[in-house]
Write a protein that binds this ligand. Structure first.
Ligand code: MV4
Length: 462
């Protein structure tokens, strides 16, 4: 066991607050890092100490590894929590932390590297008995690609091996477009990721995105904490998540959970992580699920899992990093009710343009079954440097209907003035029949946007 006394939080915004809160409850001291534009941010105020690590642009502050390591050494931190985004999935950062004697609160660098390489991730999951879509390894010559696509069946999707989260993907519907599209995808991948490797997969036309939360300890212990449904998204940015998913039968859920736990045991994964699956509900033999990616970090949407399991996932990450076994965790979590999360973004609700500016008035909802994780306050200035998320509203109820009703009233109570937000989009979404009945896939939002109806949600409570 390696006790942790002081954690450097290598992040900003709501997730930095989330980590600081977990540490405070565990009697662990915290060091915030911040850029010059985040001088008065809440994570700086909530932490025991803070260090300025550079100017606004993330490359010179939140992504600047030498400055972060220096901040840890300067303050005597013994561990680093990367949050999500920024350096959270960079195996090289995890390695440097360990080399400098810092406990990296996350998985081993080796697993981050495997999952960051989508071709290796597919191979590792296939070897662990996880269903993957018919596909290829890295494409090295066009003739093989045409042959592979013929075997796989059209349409196919080209994915960048160094991509992920929807970046660097191209759908190919006609075989005669394949060779040209691969060339374009390779060039774009090289420019975007410094690595031009691409591969093919069978394209699932109307999938749902369902992910399983897992935790592994240092001793081969592994459990899952049920699934999250993340199909409401736009341009690969999730907007609403819920747990459990309305799409899973008890049998399918049990199979997905078993598969996920088996997989992380097979690879010896430690820390919290997420296996993302595509659910194909139109398969002739009934719904089928396929491995898509594994996220080796805490995720934005971890809160819905916390609400239905009662497990503090950030505290679990810390416990695992100190070398605690998972013995205290239930092996067969059953969902306690239902939780929904709405991500509140500083963006226009109709055209999604970013909205920098000052929040002049702010009121977040409260009451029974409502949780708000946010770093913003009245007078907060949204800068163009970082992502647009202002925070998350999470509702929890005894069942899905109650969680929806609660979220609707929570959204109605929400007031953000001075900048536009996507709150009206959420109010509209929570009324859509497809959402209320649970019959939606990953294309729902983009195919059904109703500008007039969204604008009508601007001021529900007069
Ligand atoms: C796919 C797919 C269909 N077939 N792969 C998007 C994010 C990245 N993790 C992979 N993604 C997809 N991969 C195959 N073989 C459809 C998507 C996809 C998607 C997945 C999850 C959530 C939203 C999505 C929106 C469009 C496409």
């Amino acid at each position: 066991m390696t006790p942790i006394r002081k954690v450097l939080v290598a992040n900003r915004g709501e997730i930095a607050l989330r980590v600081i809160r977990a540490c405070r409850e565990m009697d662990i001291r915290t060091v915030a890092v911040h850029s010059t534009v985040d001088e008065s941010a809440l994570h700086v105020r909530f932490a025991d100490e803070s260090v300025c690590v550079g100017p606004g642009p993330a490359a010179q502050s939140y992504l600047h590894i030498p400055n972060l390591i220096s901040a840890a050494e300067l303050t005597g931190a013994d561990a680093v929590h990367p949050g999500y985004g920024f350096l959270s999935e960079r195996a090289d950062f995890a390695r440097v932390c360990v080399k400098c004697g810092l406990n990296f609160i996350g998985p081993r660098a080796e697993h981050m590297a495997i999952m960051g390489d989508k071709v290796r991730a597919r191979q590792a999951m296939e070897a662990a008995g996880v269903p993957i879509l018919p596909g290829t390894g890295v494409i090295t010559n066009p003739d093989d690609a045409v042959e592979a696509a013929t075997r796989i069946g059209m349409p196919v999707i080209i994915k960048a091996s160094a991509g992920g989260g929807g970046r660097g993907m191209k759908i190919v519907r006609e075989l005669d477009q394949l060779v040209q599209t691969i060339a374009t995808a390779q060039a774009e991948a090289l420019a975007a990721f410094g690595n031009g490797d691409v591969y093919l997969e069978r394209y699932v036309t109307s999938p749902r995105h369902i992910e399983i939360q897992v935790i592994g300890d240092m001793y081969g212990g592994a459990v899952d904490l049920l699934e999250r449904e993340c199909s409401i998204q736009r341009r690969h940015q999730k907007i609403i998540e819920e747990a459990p998913s309305a799409a899973l039968s008890p049998e399918l859920r049990a199979k997905m959970r078993e598969t996920a736990v088996h997989a992380i045991r097979a690879i010896g994964y430690q820390s919290v992580g997420t296996l993302e699956f595509l659910l194909d509900e139109s398969a002739p033999e009934g719904p089928a699920f396929y491995f898509m990616e594994m996220n080796t970090r805490i995720q934005v949407e971890h809160c819905v899992t916390e609400m239905i399991t009662g497990v503090d996932l950030v505290q679990e990450q810390i416990r695992i990093a100190t070398g605690e076994p998972l013995a205290h965790l239930d092996r067969q979590h059953q969902a306690r009710g239902h939780a929904i999360e709405c991500r509140i973004n500083a963006e226009d609700p109709i055209n999604f343009s970013p909205q920098p500016g000052t929040i002049t008035a702010l009121h977040f909802p409260g009451g029974f079954g409502v949780r708000v994780d946010s770093h913003v306050y009245q007078g907060y200035r949204v800068t163009p440097y970082y992502d647009s998320m202002l925070g998350k509203i999470i509702s929890h109820g005894k069942d899905r209907a109650q969680a929806i009703a609660r979220m609707r009233r929570a959204l109605d109570e929400t007031v953000v003035e001075g900048i536009r937000t996507n709150v009206p989009l959420h109010r509209w979404m929570l009324k859509q029949e497809a959402f209320v009945t649970g019959h939606y896939d990953t294309h729902f939002l983009e195919n059904n946007l109703d500008r007039e109806a969204i604008l009508a949600e601007l001021e529900p409570l007069g």
